[in-house]
Design a binder for this molecule. Structure first.
Ligand code: UDP
Length: 237
């Protein structure tokens, strides 16, 4: 499959058309951004790591029955994906309180939540991705129905169960993560975007060390080493 025109460039990926209208190519970039892209960085090889990590996790989820946009990996930093109409909602699933949740609600950092929390954020850069509830999503016509929103929550919880146990077996705590979904040509909701240390938080089960984009957000150093460690643990159980 060949890359044709650039369709879209986001903060972490470029999306290209291909000769087949049903498929696109996602190229993972080495750029790092945080805090609404106010903080910018670059880490050579980060794109390839995220592409490999995402590929492995999409394959795992497909095997477990979760429909995704993933088709196959094309190179170190490129994958073929199904074309999907993106739903402009970020679905965040949390197992442990940290980040914006602690700031918004005053829950102490590191608190284990009594059950996994699913939140919706409106994907809109101009508005800085505000948190929304189901009624906001319907008023903004981000989703067609309450049942579509329920489907997003159900998929988020199911993906959390699969990933939490997968990472637990690799001595990583899946703290929280963000998912994006789209609709395929049949109107079916499929998991899209990426699942990587850019979009998830991983804490080492034994040392508590952060192995994700918080190393960049908080200037902890060794960003690439952390992403490499996540890939290593995914590959070697
Ligand atoms: N997240 C993301 N993209 C965003 C916002 C959040 O991938 O635009 C991920 C983030 O990496 C974390 C989870 O979603 O794993 C929850 O993030 P939080 O709301 O705590 O936001 P932050 O503290 O990063 O501002």
């Amino acid at each position: 499959m060949e890359k044709k025109e650039l369709l879209y460039e986001g903060k972490g990926k470029k999306i290209f058309l291909t000769e087949d209208e049903n498929f696109l190519i996602a190229e993972f970039k080495d750029d790092l951004t945080a805090f609404d892209a106010v903080k910018k960085g670059f880490e050579k090889g980060k794109g390839a790591l995220n592409c490999q990590i995402s590929s492995e996790l999409f394959e795992l989820l497909e095997k477990e029955g979760i429909p995704t946009h993933y088709v196959k990996r094309l190179s170190d930093s490129e994958m073929v994906i199904k074309k999907a109409e993106m739903i402009p909602i970020e679905v965040v699933v949390r197992n442990i309180a940290t980040g914006s949740l602690t700031k918004r609600l005053g829950i102490p950092d590191g608190t284990k939540l009594p059950f996994s929390l699913v939140e919706f954020y409106y994907k809109n850069d101009d508005l800085h991705d505000p948190i929304i509830n189901d009624e906001h999503a319907l008023i903004l016509e981000l989703a067609e129905s309450e049942s579509e929103l329920e489907e997003l929550k159900r998929l988020g919880r199911e993906i959390n169960v699969i990933l939490k146990s997968f990472f637990d077996q690799r001595d990583l705590i899946l703290v929280d993560f963000k998912l994006e979904f789209g609709k395929d040509s049949d109107g079916k909701i499929i998991l899209a975007d990426e699942i990587s240390p850019d979009s998830c938080r991983f804490w080492d089960k034994n040392t508590g060390e952060k192995l994700d984009k918080d190393r960049f957000r908080q200037d902890l150093g060794n960003v690439k080493l952390a992403y490499e460690e996540v890939l290593k643990r995914i590959l070697n159980k």
